[in-house]
Design a protein around this ligand. Structure first.
Ligand code: GRF
Length: 206
């Protein structure tokens, strides 16, 4: 199944535990799903996502900033690691770094990021905490196309999640991630099967 020709190659970038990556790996075990996870790239040698990839036999690459002389060289290293897998789509699934000019020039037209809030509200590294602190009653998850900003790219899809009175950051984030995993699999399936169009920031999935 993995590696079978004919399905769209997807590269997943992770920094953390990788439960969103796991959802993509699990979905791809169904041969009817239009994508396969061709490779996993991380900035952190200790990322849990690496074990998940290895357990499924998916090739991995570690591109740690400390192994590069500067940011531009690291950015170039990420592009090189991704290029190996010739992806139709790149998914940032809990990847906690901003990608720079070299990466965006090559893959910016086919990279999505998933964020645990309803953008444009609460961008940045603490979307769940910030939404909770603001006292919103509804938050959710957004899948966006990446651009040079922090969570500013065109919105591909969103789903809402209600905030409960007794929520803390962990409980709310976990409920968001349940929705986020399902949304991400759906979006990646649709984008790889049929493509997408962007007009004046409006993304249409074919
Ligand atoms: C997700 O909520 C994602 O939106 C955010 O980081 C989380 C990743 O979770 N950027 P996991 O590591 O896949 O469990």
């Amino acid at each position: 199944m993995e590696g079978r020709p004919g399905r769209a190659a997807v590269v997943v970038l992770v920094s953390g535990t990788g439960t969103l990556l796991q959802a993509l790996l699990d979905a791809a075990t169904d041969p009817a799903v239009p994508f396969r996870v061709a490779g996993v790239v991380t900035d952190r040698p200790d990322a849990g996502g690496l074990d998940r990839a290895r357990a499924t036999g998916v090739p991995t690459a570690v591109v740690a900033p400390k192994d590069f002389p500067d940011r531009a060289a690291w950015d170039d290293g990420v592009a090189r690691a991704v290029r190996v897998f010739a992806p139709r789509l790149v998914v940032l699934a809990g990847f906690m770094r901003i990608l720079g000019a070299a990466y965006l020039a090559e893959f910016g037209d086919r990279t999505v990021n998933t964020h645990p809030a309803l953008l444009p509200s609460f961008p940045g590294a603490h979307g769940v905490r910030d939404a909770l602190a603001h006292g919103v009653k509804v938050t959710g998850t957004s899948v966006i196309l990446v651009d040079a900003g922090t969570d500013t790219g065109p919105i591909v899809a969103q789903r809402a999640v209600e905030v409960r009175d007794d929520d803390d950051e962990a409980s709310l984030h976990e409920r968001i991630k349940v929705v986020e995993r399902e949304l991400l699999v759906d979006v990646v399936s649709r984008m790889t099967a049929h493509g997408w169009q962007v007009t004046d920031r409006k993304v249409r999935l074919a």
